[in-house]
Design a protein around this ligand. Structure first.
Ligand code: GAL
Length: 653
């Protein structure tokens, strides 16, 4: 059953299920009802360590054997999770120093989940042991379609740990990176404030300093912490590959989360998954109050799509899954409204449009107990259908009708590096000036023009694109600058790009550093602007961040007071001001025109994605809206008047 999925196959539906939460006499009926709704994949096991190994070394496999057998009898392929996000009490008691420590240095306690430090060797050994035991038992079971390693690395702020184990591992990592402590001192500029070290084991973690630690110290710690996640994952991935050949090994990433390098994780997995909670994310992340209200029941229309495109770009061979899809109110945001009727179907079809191989709902039945009792499932706690169940059945019929979506092609690439976000988090300089959100703003602007977008790492091939955007990339490698020099399409370089060396210095030739070979100009000064301190332009303004340039390039967009927001020289634009929505919309429009791209001005709240075989149009607004005239083609699903929360699918070409 493994590997029959592929980029060109029809998207599957799945569900997250916890047989250990329910009496056995419900299992068979659950499995049947899942199949009736069109579900063919069931994810289980990822939090079940205390039931799999109730006492050290004493395993209880029977219940899991039975659960897998029941699910398999109804045709489900299993995505089996390793339970390493929830080490049981006996294990924590045996090695209490496995707990991660928070920034204040306090050990995080048992009693929820993710209570471990990625660097703890003893815990790594335990993870290898339980993974091996599971893989030995189920590795060749024909019902096992895939494995999920752990669950949401980094959730609840767990990548950065300030434990003794982390410090020890950090010192070893530093020695490998720098070779000599003199090289480390020189690289970080430790002469400043007499911060020089005489040996690697003198270097502490960068928390608990009196005022800010050296940004180079922080950046090294961020790189180290990301590497620890990758090597932690590799332990399990290697075991699963060896003991369960032919099965996909996946992990579930999160939304707006950057604490480890997802490109690197994606390369060591077969497919990269992510967990899509559009309403929770809208509430918890810095969207405008107007957007939070207008899209309270739909999610801002770029949230899910941005992550679909980001994780497709991170995944090996572009293979990606939605491992958890919000089915109703969640329990963890500030406010937790129910989705507008139709949204669960819309989100599912949108994942399909962007190339997902699987959309799996979290969770099957709402749990009446413990932390997530207010989180909806496809069933209510009393097993009656929750509103999403009917939408799942409907979308499963839609998918059957459509068949494979085919792969979409994008002419626009947004370059995003996790390193960029680590730099802007370490040294924001202006509150809210985040590389991730700069990328999101650029993405939104491109999507409002109806464009397909790829999100790529620096150094990825550029041949397919007519427009390449670096929203905010402080560290630029020489090789990437050379690659851009040879690129003949349109380029937008965002503020702060090329403003730091690999060790967090201002480059000798000043910003944009290596990009001066692409754009001839020098940033002579940068400033950040508090809310309200703006330079007004024509329908846009300069705010948040402003680079002042010395350049021969023509100022293309100039505020009323003469301040330049954007310069242009041939195919290159240097955006000197922060890509706030209205400004980047204007710049994107011009760059898309110069790149000769076919744009469609999408009505407010409507978005489009072209897959290989279809044009999908999504109405995220609360009013019915007609398809723009420019969108033609035979309707396969929906009408030209698209209902609120509705979808229209047209045959491509
Ligand atoms: C995810 C997590 C799930 C569940 C879900 C609730 O972050 O992976 O286990 O907690 O959130 O929305």
């Amino acid at each position: 059953m493994a590997h029959e999925q592929g980029k060109d196959a029809q998207m599957r539906l799945g569900v997250c299920y916890y047989p250990e939460h329910w009496p056995r006499d419900l299992w068979d009926d659950d499995a049947r009802r899942m199949a009736d709704a069109g579900i063919t994949r069931v994810r289980i096991g990822e939090f079940a360590w205390s039931r799999l190994e109730p006492q050290p070394g004493q395993f209880d496999w029977q219940w899991l054997d039975d659960a897998i057998a029941v699910l398999a009898r109804h045709g489900h392929g299993i995505i089996l999770g390793t339970p390493t996000a929830t080490p049981p009490k006996w294990l924590v008691d045996r090695m209490p120093d496995m707990l991660a420590c928070d920034r204040g240095g306090a050990a995080r306690r048992f009693g929820s989940r993710r209570h471990y430090c990625f660097s703890h060797e003893g815990y790594r050994h335990e993870c290898a042991r339980i993974t091996m035991a599971m893989a030995q038992r189920y590795g060749h079971n024909p019902a096992i379609a895939a494995w999920q390693t752990d669950n949401e690395y980094g959730c609840h702020d767990t990548v950065l740990s300030y434990s003794d184990a982390a410090r020890e591992a950090f010192c070893i990592w530093l020695a490998a990176r720098y070779g000599t402590v003199a090289a480390l001192n020189a690289a970080w500029g430790n002469v400043f404030w007499s911060m020089e070290y005489a040996s690697f084991d003198e270097v502490d973690l960068p928390n608990l300093t009196v005022t800010e630690a050296n940004p180079a110290h922080w950046l090294a710690f961020r790189r180290f912490s990301s590497d620890q996640v990758l090597s932690f994952d590799r332990i399990q991935t290697d075991i699963l590959r060896e003991l369960s050949p032919g099965r996909d090994v996946v992990h579930n990433a999160m939304g707006f989360f950057t604490d480890y390098d997802h490109y690197a994780l994606g390369q060591q997995l077969d497919a990269l998954g992510w967990d899509s909670y559009p309403l929770g994310f809208l509430e918890m992340f810095p969207f405008s109050a107007a957007d939070k209200l207008a899209y309270a029941r739909q999610g801002q229309p770029d949230i899910a799509a941005f992550h679909h495109d980001l994780y497709r770009g991170c995944a090996r061979n572009g293979r990606w899954w939605v491992l958890e899809q919000q089915p109703g109110p969640v329990n963890w945001a500030r406010h937790n409204p129910a989705p507008l009727p139709g949204m669960v179907r819309l989100w599912t079809l949108e994942a399909m449009a962007h190339g997902a191989e699987l959309t799996s709902y979290f969770r099957w039945r709402q749990a009446p107990f413990a932390q997530e009792q207010m989180h909806a499932g496809l069933l209510r706690p009393d097993s009656a259908p929750a509103p999403a169940l009917a939408e799942v059945a409907q979308v499963s019929a839609d998918i059957a009708r459509l068949g494979p979506a085919g792969q979409g092609a994008a002419r626009v690439a947004i370059v995003f590096a996790y390193l960029s976000e680590w730099v802007t988090q370490t040294q924001p300089q202006g509150e809210g000036a985040s590389a991730l959100w700069a990328a999101f703003n650029c993405y939104r602007a491109a999507r409002k023009l109806g464009l397909n977008v790829d999100i790529i790492r620096p150094g990825a091939p550029l041949d397919a694109y007519g427009l390449v955007i670096l929203p905010c990339q402080p560290i630029v490698e020489d090789n990437f600058a050379r690659q851009l020099q040879g690129f003949t399409g349109q380029i937008i370089i965002g503020p702060r790009s090329g403003s730091k060396t690999d060790e967090f210095w201002i480059p000798d030739n000043l910003a944009p550093g290596p990009l001066q070979s692409v754009f001839s100009g020098v940033v002579t000064a940068s400033e950040s602007l508090r809310p309200g301190l703006v330079h007004q332009g024509q329908g846009w303004d300069i705010g948040l961040w402003l680079d002042h340039l010395d350049t021969q390039a023509a100022a293309e967009l100039v505020a009323d007071d003469g301040t330049a927001a954007c310069y242009r020289a041939e195919n290159i634009r240097y955006l000197a001001a922060w890509p706030k929505p209205a400004l980047i919309a204007e710049v994107m429009k011009r760059a898309a025109r110069d790149a000769g791209l076919d744009v469609v001005r999408m009505p407010k709240g409507m978005r489009m994605r072209q897959s290989g075989n279809y044009r999908f149009v999504f109405n995220y607004s609360t009013a019915a809206q007609p398809l723009p005239d420019a969108i033609s083609g035979e309707l396969v699903i929906g009408d030209r008047l698209v209902a609120p929360g509705g979808v229209a699918v047209l045959a491509a070409g």
